[in-house]
Design a binder for this molecule. Sequence first.
Ligand code: CA
Length: 637
Amino acid sequence: MKQRYESKEFEEQYHYEGELGALYTSEKTQFIIHAPEADEVRLNLYEKYTDSEASKAIVMTPGDRGIFSSTVEGDCKNRAYTYTIVRDNKSVTAADMYSKAVTVNGEKSVVIDLKDTNPQGFDIDTYYKHRPDNAIIYELHVKDFSYDKNSGVREEYRGRYLAFTEENTTFEGKNTCISYLKELGITHVHLLPVFDFASIDETGDNSQFNWGYDPLNYMVPEGSYSTDATNPLTRIKEMKEMILALHNAGIGVIMDVVYNHTYSLDSVFEKTLPGYYYRQFEDDTYSDGSACGNETASERSMFRKYIIDSVLYWATEYHIDGFRFDLMGLCDTDTLNILRKKLNKLPNGEKILVYGEPWTAAKSPMKKGMIPAVKANIDKLDEGIAIFCDNSRDAIKGSVFIAEGKGFVQGEELEDEICDTVTAWYKGTKGFPAHSPKQIITYVSAHDNYTLYDKLILSAIDEKESDYVTYNPYIVSINKLVAAIVFTSLGTPFIQAGEEFARTKEGDENSYKSSPEINMLSWSRKNEYETLTSYYKGLIRLRKEFSGFNMTDSNDIAKNITFIKKEKGVVSFKIKALSETDRYKELYIIYNAADRINIVDTQGYKVIADDTKVYDEGIKVTDSYIMPPKSALILAR
Ligand code: CA
């Protein structure tokens, strides 16, 4: 099976470039499915979404390259359908892998006129309109955002797409939800899976929780975030309303895409062409490079086409501004590079972000000769494809695998790695020769592993019992130092939602199916940690203001960044502005991770950020400044 599906002969005989799915017009709908070597394919049409028996079954016409098609005259809008595929006298019924709409729980496909799903104003909305040149990314789960009763969002929208459309929400007089995101100043939200996933029963209640890394229908929004999952149009309309609301707030939308595996092997892919869409070992047993039960085969041409078709569909139909590839290391570099080129061809498409996790969860038998998109191969990826930099992440605050593991901020001697973090590892000496800092996502926390605050509680203090609730000024000071490093390093800064207000999951390291209460953003905690939130807000403003952070050329980096001090616990450097019109010509940045004070000669500079806050206007100081332990200082002239 593996040998045959990876052969040139199979690809030449069966690769199909045309459009697939239910191609709708009000006069007729053309159904096209790619199912090579099926003995028969039938199109089943249903009267009601809930019907288990089709009212009509049409034997489809076989064509070239494994295609079966059928044209149904008349208006098929909103009609449910499935396919029955017969091989060796065995028949299976499956939804369409090219479904653009589905019934509840993604069971049947639905013919749709996408024009019916556009909210008012969506026709003039675009994915690039609000896209700034330099992104600051905020990683967010739809349910986490507004599930808290203190979110200020009306109850029927809490935990759902429409929560993003509620403006001027507050808790105790302070902004929450979308009003807060505007105030914070981030440029993009990166949403955890919002395509249709399997782990939540869409007929069940809102208290179910899952991150959603279990794809069912790749080209359809998840139903449980809509107000009515039984109406196939609702989830599409409401997801578009969410995107429009974010765009209107000046915020881009990035989708987390999980093409590396499917919920189970009992999938539309396996039913349509058994074995083709998944990788196997030499003995034809299925591999599991995702550690989620299976792994897909990006290098086989019809799955490569599928990935590209679906990403382009989200970009054009839903105006998505970026894509984050889960376990990108399971994808081959050719697929990603082709995708990047196709995105670039869209109007202003080069501004659409593409980045991913440059690793796999287990060994993968990717076809020989293909190059996996892992960190070591970053130079084989187009410059417009970035990676999460675990080197920076772990150097700053310690390993994600050892709870008490320390990084630079807790006092480990990792000054060299912090210098590399600042320059986004541009020298390429550490085994991943990036073309430019544009290829590096600089971050310390994401949905996986401990929240930053929990990690610091576990690693920076020696307590018998961890206290995540009581305000801990020492941990907050370290958190500020961490944030200062992330926002003053090259690469694209990325934070987990709530990192800026000491988000805790009370030590829950892997909350993918924990309660919504453990996972949700606590809007009262946001108010409680306001000094920390303001610090992040100030750093975000500074990041946008100072052109030096946007350096992408290695010659510029060598010329414009000068390291001043590198000794135990202290790293400092000066960074020049790239633009003449900047407010400041140069910043002088000092990180003090030591347990002692650090005295800095400040002659000729003013302080624009210290251990307490980031200042709107700089403050003058005497010729020297005493930095407290565990703090950052940003000077400017
Ligand atoms: Ca679902």
